[in-house]
Design a protein around this ligand. Structure first.
Ligand SMILES: [Zn+2]
Length: 420
């Protein structure tokens, strides 16, 4: 079976950037009109910003509307139950209500496919005829249901095995000749190991869509090289559905055409240029529950370089941590995960701490490092300086300190700036 070529919706996924902008401007205009009429929560936000639906003519205008933070949702919903005024349809047309931690309630409306997960599953190699064990949680939260529906849309058979019961997962996967897996990457590994212990040998899985936790490349390599399972991941939230997904190239996650995704300054909400780290803020084409300028609290970087797969959308370069952990240095955000990446690239470092300080009226960035046995300061320093430039887009200095100077459990980034 050819799992690597083709598109779920060729016309959309390969449209030139200008056509994508027109497409998004069109659905955005319709969505804002609808929300203005039917969703008082959206209307209140627009009015408070002094805006009407006609003021937001396209994705670029969205920056005029302040970001709504995920952390505000529980209070907003309490003030205007049950959905905070964000649902456009009456209760009798709501098919399901999900309950996410917070608690935050999410309605699933009468339309199918408002989470755009089929685009993601198809790009990740799922094909009609696949029999798929869906190991996401089937109660309270939406992920399992969204993917279940998307599997059916593609023409796959879904087996709602849910979370846990590893032995049952193995037995069922064998009994139904499952070819696909949906769930977390760590649970896929648990199932594969259990199958081995049970003497089942190869389970026969060929394709996996994983999410809800980071996918380390080393783990993906095991799935793909040792078990022959094409493994791809997507990014989404309970509020937004799927907003980005990997293609066969597995080099970042393509943004779906039915979401306007911006990377924004986590403090001001201003959109940042491509290539800079910031908070993922999305507006999604969901006519039941239109989240407009919704701040996820997740950090990412977007790259608009063309992908060899033929899809023309920009790509989200992985999850880079939480917005509440960032530190701003000379106008650029840095995050503990970026610091880890810098150190991994440089090699020869046993322990480190990043110190942000002030020199005159300038922020300074310094990596204090304890060397690994056998490493020399002469070799490590230039490598580290280059890695800081590449990963953080900043100039930083390096100070080699003696072993034991950095206390255990020290913060990865220590902000020592004084502002008085
Ligand atoms: Zn691609």
């Amino acid at each position: 079976m050819d799992r690597r070529s083709g598109y779920w919706n060729r016309e959309k996924e390969t449209m030139p950037p200008a056509a994508r902008e027109r497409y998004q401007a069109r659905w955005l205009a319709d969505l804002l009109e609808l929300a203005w009429e039917k969703a008082p929560g959206v209307r209140r936000r627009l009015e408070r910003a002094g805006l009407g639906p006609k003021d937001l003519r396209g994705p670029d205008d969205l920056a005029r509307l302040p970001v709504i933070k995920k952390s505000e949702m529980p209070d907003l919903q309490k003030a205007d139950p049950p959905f905070g005024g964000f649902c456009t349809v009456p209760m009798r047309r709501v098919r399901r209500i999900f309950v996410s931690p917070g608690p935050i309630l999410e309605p699933m409306g009468p339309e199918i496919s408002e989470w755009h997960a089929e685009t993601c599953l198809f790009a990740g190699g799922f094909r009609p005829g696949d029999v798929v064990i869906n190991t996401f949680l089937y109660h309270l939260v939406p992920a399992a249901h969204e993917l279940d529906e998307a599997l059916n849309l593609i023409g796959c058979t879904a087996v709602p095995t849910g979370v846990g019961n590893t032995d049952t997962q193995v037995t069922v996967a064998r009994a139904v000749h499952a070819t696909g897996y949906v769930g977390t990457p760590s649970f896929l590994m648990t199932i594969l190991q259990r199958a081995k212990e049970m003497g089942v040998g190869r389970l026969g899985l060929e394709v996996a869509q994983v999410g809800a936790e980071p996918l380390p490349e080393s783990l993906r390599k095991q799935f793909e090289d040792e078990h022959g399972i094409m493994t791809r991941q997507g990014f989404g939230t309970a509020d937004l559905g799927l907003v980005a997904y990997e293609c066969p190239e597995k080099a970042g996650m393509h943004l779906v055409e039915d979401a306007v995704v911006q990377v924004c300054d986590p403090q001001s909400g201003e959109p940042l240029p491509y290539g800079q780290i910031g908070e993922l803020v999305a507006t999604v084409h969901n006519t039941t529950y239109p989240m407009i300028r919704f701040g996820t609290g997740d950090l990412t970087i977007i790259d608009d370089a063309r992908c060899p797969c033929g899809r023309t959308s920009a790509r989200m370069l992985g999850w880079r941590g939480r917005a509440d952990e960032v530190t701003k240095v000379r106008g650029m955000f840095i995050h503990p995960r970026q610091a880890d990446e810098v150190v991994a690239r440089a090699s020869g470092i046993a322990k480190y701490q990043v110190v942000v300080g002030r020199e005159g009226h300038q922020d300074s960035l310094k990596f204090c490092v304890e060397l690994a046995p056998g490493a020399s300061a002469e070799a490590v320093t230039p490598r580290l300086e280059a890695a800081i430039r590449d990963v953080m887009k900043l100039r930083g200095s390096v100070q080699v300190v003696s072993a034991g100077s950095i206390p255990d459990g020290a913060k990865k980034i220590s902000d020592e700036r004084k502002w008085d």
